[in-house]
Design a protein around this ligand. Structure first.
Ligand SMILES: [Mn+2]
Length: 372
């Protein structure tokens, strides 16, 4: 068994053994593949560098509630493929960081971000290290005496790999190397300069990692496998699909959920139990209405659909006419034939270039106009 898998299997045990103190390595709240793999491998490195007398457990924490883990389909896929299963992972709602900190028994290293969100600001005092690949924010809190490594490269995993290579290269067995390698390939769109993510260091480090794997990986295949896993929503329920990628617009006393789903909307609505899951979703999230944006892409074609779900007919008609007519009918909406769901108006969107970035301003303009 790979050492990184053994380490991860021990993570839960180390917690249940009640370490007097914890050193948590925390990724950002999107919990994308970069955050998850960076947290795991960097925690593994820090753990390996401790001397035996120090009674502190170093553990990676995935910065989402455990219930959201199935939504991160490329993360679940890549970790499972390397022998790391959900039961050896620690999620944000499974460990009380606030209480640990109050007891003075928390240290934190932030990976793939370097500023805690406002809700976590009180944890700042516990931060002893940062490893991030985005430009340093001007208002970033100083981490005095801590280990701060911030460098703009395509993937935080490039920086993690560089640290492992220089501080404890023996950790890089084929499994650990592959975990990092795949993440760098996904983040840099297969090291493609046209995508404007990749830097010379990403290329250099991923080449070094590839040498540690046998047979040598095909970066094209790795990229395809991870992109497909990311788009794979076959196992998700309607409710999970609606939570996967959602933005909220508010105004005029209304709260509008705008959910993007990688499916034809006819397929989503078919999974909605005749609209029951939409009604429940509206209630649990306190939305006044839901706008659903469906999209599919193949090599040749892109499809986009749009639907407005709102039990209140007059409100629904208002938002529908705004979306149909707004900005000279830019979205090119035409009614969609489908098995009806009550309270739902669905359209095929002729303008397939118009993503949520174009829909949101239309909605916001409508919400603002309601206020005045
Ligand atoms: Mn990242």
């Amino acid at each position: 068994m790979s050492a990184v898998v053994e380490y991860m299997n021990a993570v839960n045990k180390s917690l249940s053994a009640r370490w007097p103190a914890l050193h948590v390595v925390l990724g950002n709240e999107s919990c994308d593949l970069d955050s998850a793999v960076s947290a795991i491998v960097y925690a593994f490195l820090l753990h390996s560098l401790q001397n035996g007398e120090e009674a502190i457990g170093v553990v990676p924490v995935l910065n989402i509630p455990v219930a959201d883990y199935p939504l991160k389909s490329e993360v679940t896929h890549w970790l499972q493929r390397h022998g790391i299963y959900q039961n050896s992972l620690l999620f944000r709602d499974e460990v009380n960081l606030g209480r640990l900190q109050e007891g003075g028994s928390l240290r934190m290293t932030l990976v793939d971000h370097h500023v805690l969100p406002p809700a976590d600001a009180r944890l700042q005092a516990a931060v002893v290290g940062v490893l991030d690949h985005r430009p340093l924010e001007p208002n970033a809190p100083a981490c005095e005496g801590g280990s701060v490594i911030v460098e703009q490269v395509g993937s935080c995993c490039t920086l993690v790999a560089e640290q492992v290579l220089s501080r404890n290269p023996a950790l890089l067995d084929p499994v650990t190397a592959s975990l990092l390698y795949g993440t760098i390939i996904l983040d840099t769109v297969n090291l493609n300069p046209a995508a404007k993510r990749v830097t010379p260091k990403d290329v250099e480090v991923s080449t070094q990692l590839a040498r540690l794997m046998s047979p040598p990986p095909s970066s094209v295949e790795v990229f395809q496998e991870l992109s497909q896993a990311k788009a794979n929503v076959s196992g998700l329920t309607c409710d999970q699909l609606l939570r996967k990628d959602v933005k909220v617009a508010t105004g005029g006393g209304l709260r509008v959920g705008v959910a993007s789903v990688p499916l034809r909307l006819t397929e989503l609505l078919a999974r909605s139990e005749g609209g029951r899951s939409l009604t429940e979703h509206l209630a649990t999230r306190s939305y006044s209405l839901l706008v659903l944006l469906g999209f599919t892409t193949t090599q040749e074609t892109v499809t986009r659909d749009l639907a407005v779900f709102c039990p209140d007919a007059s409100l629904r008609d208002q938002v529908v006419s705004q979306l149909v007519e707004g900005q000279g009918g830019v979205l090119q909406l035409a009614p969609l034939e489908y098995e009806g769901v009550e309270g739902c108006a669905a359209f095929r969107q002729g303008n397939v270039g118009a993503s949520r970035k174009m829909v949101m301003p239309l909605l916001k303009a409508w919400l603002t106009a309601r206020t005045s």
